[in-house]
Design a protein around this ligand. Structure first.
Ligand SMILES: O=P(O)(O)OC[C@H]1O[C@H](OP(=O)(O)OP(=O)(O)O)[C@H](O)[C@@H]1O
Ligand SMILES: Nc1nc2[nH]cnc2c(=O)[nH]1
Ligand SMILES: [Mg+2]
Length: 165
């Protein structure tokens, strides 16, 4: 286990916000896409799956595969390991392939993925400074001491008003 910074701030992302930010990522990716478009999308599970679906829909990419890298148990980080690889016949060395994840934090997950698919284009919706260099395209940067909360990890709940009656 690696000790992590205490997270001073929380950045809470709603489904609506995630949809808009993933669409913004797709919009950015149009400028860097190969002439005939991306051959395939590889989502880094699990967090990359929703953004990858939205990007694949916007860019009309039908071949979608996954790579599973496990490195966090809640907010505690350990050494990343590949639990499931994508179909090598489909992705090759990553040429013309788009890798999508929800965020990059330390960059350790992407280090492992890039080693497997060195020629792929890597895109994340959110990026923290430590891992930013591991990403080719992202939408929003947040500070290193921010923990991003995704809609699949949250639920609506009642909040007390500021002033009681
Ligand atoms: O840049 P890093 O420091 O490696 O962290 C980024 C990774 O951490 C989270 O995944 P996690 O391992 O928690 O799994 P999950 O996607 O299944 O939630 C996130 O979805 C990224 O994939
Ligand atoms: N949900 C979530 N997972 C992470 N994995 C690494 N950093 C983060 C983060 O800020 N939020
Ligand atoms: Mg993940």
């Amino acid at each position: 286990m690696t000790d992590r910074l205490p997270h001073e701030k929380g950045f809470h992302v709603s489904w609506d916000q995630l949809h808009r930010d993933a669409r913004a990522l797709a919009w950015r990716l149009q400028d860097t896409s190969p002439r005939d478009g991306w051959r395939a999308v590889v989502a880094i599970t699990r967090g990359g799956m929703a953004p990858a679906m939205i990007v694949a829909r916007e860019l009309d990419i039908r071949a979608v595969d996954t790579i599973s890298v496990k490195s966090y148990n809640h907010q505690a980080q350990s050494e990343p390991r590949i639990i499931k690889s994508p179909d090598i016949d489909l992705v090759g060395d990553g040429e013309g392939v788009l890798i999508v994840d929800d965020l990059v934090d330390t960059g350790k997950t992407l280090e492992v993925v890039r080693a497997l698919l060195p020629k792929a284009h890597v895109a994340t919706v959110y990026a923290k400074p430590m891992g930013r260099e591991m990403v080719n395209t992202f939408v929003t940067e947040v500070s290193q001491d921010t923990w991003i909360f995704f809609p699949w990890d949250m639920a609506l709940q009642y909040v007390e008003p500021y002033r009681g009656t």
